[in-house]
Write a protein that binds this ligand. Sequence first.
Ligand code: GTR
Length: 411
Amino acid sequence: MMRYRSCLILALTIGVAHIAIAQDAKPNYDESKIPAYTLPDPLAGIESAAQWPARRKQILEQFAAEMFGKVPTDKFNAISVKDAGTRKQVLGGKATMWQPVITLAGRDLNLLVVMPTDSQQAPAFLAYNFHGNHTVLDDADIPLTKNWVRSKPDNRAREEDRGSAASRWAVEKIIDNGFALVTLYYGDVDPDVDDGFENGVHAAFPDKPAADQWGSIATWAWGLSRVLDFLGTVPEIDETRVAVMGHSRLGKTSLWAGANDERFALVISNNSGCGGAAISRRRIGESVARINTSFPHWFCDNFLKYNDNESQLPFDQHMLIALMAPRPVYVASAVEDTWADPRGEFLAAKHATPVYELLGREGLPADEMPAVDEPSQGSIGYHIRSGGHSVTEFDWTQYIKFAKRHLMNEQ
Ligand code: GTR
């Protein structure tokens, strides 16, 4: 397939010995077997806050060129409103739901917006969903997506899945706390399948991505920025107070969206793991080689250079977290989510802290990994909750508290 071919070409071209994919290597979960490593210093070569923007730019460019891939052109950035949607009251009248459809690079993005009724300039959570808007809320007015859907029979959305993901979306709590929720199916932007970049928004782009150009995560992140463009036209929502949130692969996506687009006021990574918040050099659970093998379309081809070769990365994931500074960022883990390396996620939050401190912010208050279900929240938030790989009420309770403090000035 396309990514595999370009992997071989890349191997021949640059002669990197480590490019062989450790397809069958067993994941390590033993802290004592972590290879010795040194983390690159996000503050290398700088001493003052005034020097941070230039250093930030350098780090951002490295992440773009070596890991997520650059957006090939901004030619397709414009969005148009295809259907403004009609508003209806839900949750006994306290919330208003509507479903605008916007068009981006020839694709329809079907948004589901739920906001406090009569809200003006409400802050919002913006997050992709995994299987379609109809899974977020059980409401017959939400159409089923017609796009390719992962892990469903025939890859089609099903009537019976209405509301099936509702426990992952604390919609009523979000509304009761004065926030709006904006969600859309990530497959509207790009179906999560390795198809050689033929479908989704990629179809509009004339050339296949070069080795330093976007994989699907960067494409999804770009889509979030375009949705933010749209939110700037919605009077009921304050686009300067949008928290971008995502779980797992979509947590990797929210981090990359927040790194690229400083208009996102707050960034949340839920169980994002490898390629998200977890330190790559630890190689606990999912490794760079493993993720590049399982999901060849997620990152750019240059990232293949780091298969079993993490020490050569010019950055590590604490520097991705640091790219949010001084904006608030939250990293959340779950005890049983060992594949995502909870400790590696904590360490990324912790080692981003010097950047926040240089900019006069607190960073992460906890020096050591906090106890289970005991969040630590400064400008960086972190918790490890009991349970497995998911988004729960507990997670949302923390995100809302964190967002109220940072976006609503409430303690
Ligand atoms: C896993 C993958 C993880 C994570 C997860 C998810 O299969 O290995 O990196 O992204 O999927 O998105 O649920």
